[in-house]
Design a binder for this molecule. Structure first.
Ligand code: G4P
Length: 532
């Protein structure tokens, strides 16, 4: 098969949701449909159970499981589908944001009882930034959920994206009878089952067909006719180009645990989801069908076994063909590397791959050469854009408690933050180090790992900072003045960018008002400016 055909065949996406909405369940059902697993329950949940949140080693172990399920590949209707897994735990949200840089589209799962939740909102902001095409799956229709039109309204308002339902439910909860596929014009009747994969399908091309009344009863048939009319009246017809531009989200209803509505979702997904896309670099746009290989690292996972210090770096192939044993150029280090055991992951097994194509993700064993955002090419020098760091939420100062081990501490914190466990900010003069995370858990993880892997002891001291803002200005003099004036709140990130740590949103607002010539950005790539 030619590289172009290989690209055409692939669909690489991620499933995202607020914890507990049903991401793991849906992933499993998709694998079931794809024949990648035979029975439900075969995929270990990589979800970090709430009960275990105080036991961070347990969490790291569970996070270890997620290496195995990091990328799940299966074939469905001649397409090769790569699902990139994202951690469900809020404290690992940063991992999820980065994984979103490696997908070409997403399926967002929304719980029909709870509607749009905090994590859904934030993940959607990241998708919007990158114009990622989104399909919405409204889950748990077998429970007494909210009114479907209310949910659709909420998604439009809160997630700031236009929606278009492609299926519509008949009742919900104990009265849930099925979904009507508006797009393909058939009725799918609901029989709760967690194991079967085929649903009972009734072809109803005309909603006025009396067969509908016979199947679901007159009252529900009348309601469905009314709802379908309402859908046509309120929502624009489905336009695939608007979806591909990230402006319009098709919506499906179903119940993942009962295997219901999943096939409609998957069938439409393979029809409309984008093929692997190219990526913007600081020099030029890289197209997937270029002959030369380009790829970037979006995730690094440490080996949990302290005897093996190696890590796995995940490389998303952007263009050309990746080959085992071939030399590739590491742009940041200006060195060539070859890989004798690149792996792909499937459920619990790892396999060595000889070649990989755009859209694929390969795991590279690494002894410390990679950091997130690193680029491999066949010689050209450029950096891929769109892998920003986002403002952490909790900041603490790293205090060395064993001065004899400063070197180990420096090395340890530098490597751990290369992995993306947390962000490191340094203040000069003084070399004070601040660590920023999205959850308390990481501080425990870092402290533990520094001690066990680097023999370095530290403690974390809370500081009163709540936001990191990357600074930019066309007026260098004004920027220098601000930096001088705010010296105690100014730090550098790992790439040497100047960052202002704000004690509160109120303070930040003041600084913005007082310094109109300075731009304050919530991420390191300056795509979105702080909004109030
Ligand atoms: P997550 O990965 O998004 O965190 O969610 P996950 O799939 O683990 O699902 C969270 C809970 O919701 C699970 O129950 C799961 O069985 C349930 N669930 C998923 N889809 C549906 C659905 O369509 N209807 C209903 N009623 N429940 C659904 P749990 O009790 O937390 O776990 P488990 O013991 O069932 O594994």
């Amino acid at each position: 098969m030619s590289v172009v055909q290989e690209i055409e065949k692939r669909r690489t996406f991620g499933i995202i949701s607020h914890p507990d909405a049903g991401k793991t369940t849906l992933t499993e059902k998709l694998l079931l449909f794809g024949g990648a697993i035979q029975v439900a329950g075969a995929v270990k949940s990589n979800k970090i159970k709430k009960a275990a949140t105080s036991d961070f080693m347990e969490i790291e172990k569970q996070r270890g499981i997620s290496v195995a399920t990091s990328v799940m590949t299966f074939e469905y209707r001649d397409k090769l589908i790569n699902i990139l897994d994202t951690p469900g735990h809020k404290d690992f949200a940063e991992d999820t944001y980065r994984t979103l840089t490696a997908v070409d589209s997403v399926i967002m799962v929304v719980d029909s009882v709870k509607g749009v939740e905090a994590q859904t909102r934030r993940l959607m902001e990241v998708c919007a930034m990158r114009k990622t095409p989104v399909i919405v799956f409204i889950n748990k229709l077998d429970r007494e959920g909210r009114d479907p039109f209310d949910l659709l309204d909420e998604i439009e308002k809160e997630l700031k994206i236009r929606v278009r339902p492609l299926t519509f439910p008949i009742n919900r909860g104990s009265l849930f009878k099925g979904v009507y596929n508006i797009h393909k014009k058939y009725l799918n009747l609901f029989r709760p089952s967690t194991q079967k994969i085929a649903d009972e399908v009734l072809q109803i091309t005309d909603l006025n067909d009396p067969a509908l009344d016979k199947q679901v009863g007159e009252r529900d048939a009348a309601q469905l006719r009314e709802d379908a009319e309402m859908v046509e009246a309120v929502y624009d017809t489905f336009d695939i180009n608007e979806y591909l531009k990230g402006n319009l989200a098709p919506v499906f209803f179903g119940s993942a645990v009962n295997n219901f509505g999943v096939q409609e979702l998957l069938d439409t997904f393979v029809e409309i989801a984008p093929v692997p896309r190219g990526r913007e670099t600081d020099k030029r746009f890289v197209e997937p069908n270029e002959n030369k290989m380009t790829g970037f690292i979006f995730k690094i996972h440490a080996n949990l076994d302290p005897k093996h210090r190696d890590r796995i770096a995940f490389l998303r192939i952007v263009s050309g063909k990746f080959e085992r044993h071939k030399y590739f150029h590491h742009v940041r280090l200006q060195k060539d590397f070859r890989f004798s055991t690149p792996v792909t992951f499937m459920a619990q097994s790892k396999n060595i791959v000889d070649e990989a194509f755009p859209g694929d993700v390969v795991g590279l064993y690494d002894t410390g050469n990679f950091k997130i955002g690193d680029v491999l090419t066949e010689g050209e020098d450029f950096n891929i854009r769109g892998i920003p760091s986002f403002s952490p939420e909790i900041f603490k100062e790293l205090i060395n408690t064993d001065p004899m081990k400063s070197k180990q501490l420096e090395k340890g914190i530098s490597q751990l933050t290369d992995e993306g466990v947390a962000q490191l900010f340094t203040q000069q003069p003084g070399n004070r180090k601040f660590v920023g995370t999205v959850g308390e858990l990481q501080f425990e993880v870092i402290q533990y790992r520094l001690q066990h892997e680097y023999s370095a002891n530290c403690r974390f001291q809370p500081i009163s900072m709540t936001r990191a803002c990357w600074l930019r200005s066309d007026n260098k003099q004004k920027l220098d003045e601000f930096i001088r004036f705010k010296q105690t709140s100014i730090v550098q990130d790992k790439d040497g960018h100047t960052v202002y740590l704000a004690p509160s949103d109120w303070f930040l607002k003041m600084e913005r008002e007082n310094n109109p010539e300075i731009e304050f950005h919530f991420n390191s790539e300056f795509k979105t400016e702080v909004t109030e």
